[in-house]
Design a protein around this ligand. Structure first.
Ligand SMILES: Cc1cc2nc3c(=O)[nH]c(=O)nc-3n(C[C@H](O)[C@H](O)[C@H](O)COP(=O)(O)OP(=O)(O)OC[C@H]3O[C@@H](n4cnc5c(N)ncnc54)[C@H](O)[C@@H]3O)c2cc1C
Length: 308
């Protein structure tokens, strides 16, 4: 953790900047879908551009780089937590406005909410996203996708605030989208995106969304504490199949297990710790390497706590 003196100074600066939506020693377990993760020195809800700029300034002054957290649905935080500032975008960053087939979405807005709003306006292109439980910012950063569609196909431009507080707009091609990732052209925070959708038939869009939801309910451990797919699919095939063939389905370490429903999901089924999950990941990687001679790469992101 940061020293008590440094924390006091940061607290005073936050209050002076009128950033009052912050929590200290906040357990990250409550901010992630896996429900694990130790305390962060500060979790700050940033509600406007002014607050964002002030927070970045505070981070710079004290040499503490903020980590931007969406809904925490693709993250594993260490049980030692996070030293420094974790920021979540709220308020102004949750706004969504739709004009014709162009959508302006704040990076803190919920992706499923955006997909529902688009369907209500008979706009197609985001049906795949209805069951992806994150924010617009997280979805762009990860180029989230499902059922053969991904964010890269709808993002037109993105507004990014650099760590120095400079706002710039980039077109989709500047983001170098790839399989479940994008490379931001400058280090910073995605603040807003313009998405280009297409006109469609509302009935068809709603039917497709319901169909996708049904497939998820059948095949995935929906409602359990997971972070979605743990491993990327290798070019040769499906990670879930390799894991299952390596005999790992149901394998448990402490309170974490490979989902009996879908082998590429890890469930926190009984108060798992971050270590349980990390050890389980390593165990699966080892078994798949032994049986298939294949290295599985992580899709989920592990956020390590630097040593004090
Ligand atoms: C039940 C379940 C089903 C899922 N299904 C899918 C699926 O079908 N397809 C899929 O792709 N994923 C899926 N996921 C994984 C996850 O929901 C997506 O990756 C999602 O896009 C992550 O968004 P988030 O807001 O939770 O991001 P987080 O997990 O909070 O963060 C992910 C990364 O994005 C960065 N980030 C977040 N916001 C910003 C921002 N504003 N600016 C810059 N960086 C930012 C974070 O720093 C972090 O590096 C699933 C997860 C669950 C729990």
């Amino acid at each position: 953790m940061l020293s008590p003196g440094l924390k006091l100074q940061i607290r005073q600066e936050l209050i002076a900047a009128q950033i009052d939506a912050f929590m200290e020693n906040e357990l990250l377990a409550g901010h992630t879908s896996l429900g694990v993760g130790g305390p962060a020195d500060f979790v700050v809800i940033v509600r406007s551009q002014e607050e964002l700029l002030s927070l970045l300034e505070i981070g710079k002054t004290f040499g503490v780089r903020p980590f931007v957290l969406g809904c925490g649905t693709n993250l594993l935080f260490s049980s030692r937590g996070y030293r420094g500032l974790v920021m979540k975008l709220g308020g102004h960053f949750n706004r969504i406005t739709i004009r014709g087939s162009l959508v302006a979405a704040g990076a803190g807005a919920s992706l499923p909410r955006l997909a529902r709003m688009a369907s209500a306006r008979s706009l197609t292109g985001l049906s795949f996203a209805a069951g992806i439980p994150g924010t617009v910012g997280g979805a762009i950063k990860n180029n989230a996708g499902a059922f053969g569609r991904e964010m890269a196909q709808v993002v037109q431009e993105v507004e990014i605030c650099s760590l120095k507080g400079e706002m710039r707009t980039f077109s989709a091609k500047d983001l170098h989208f790839g399989y479940r990732f994008c490379r931001l052209p400058m280090e910073g925070i995605i603040c807003k995106a313009i998405l280009k959708l297409e006109r469609g038939e509302k009935e068809d869009i709603l039917r497709k969304m319901e169909e996708y939801r049904r497939i998820r309910r059948e095949k995935q451990p929906i409602g359990k504490r997971t972070a979605g797919s743990v491993f990327r699919n290798p070019p040769q095939g499906s990670a879930a199949q390799y894991i299952e063939q390596a005999g790992c389905k149901g394998l448990a370490i402490g309170g974490a297990r490979i989902s009996p429903q879908h082998a590429n999901f890890i469930e926190n089924f009984a108060n798992a710790t971050s270590d349980d999950i990390e050890i389980l990941i390593e165990e699966v990687q080892k078994k798949v390497r032994e049986i298939h001679g294949l290295d599985l790469d992580l899709e989920m992101e592990i956020v390590a706590c630097k040593k004090d």
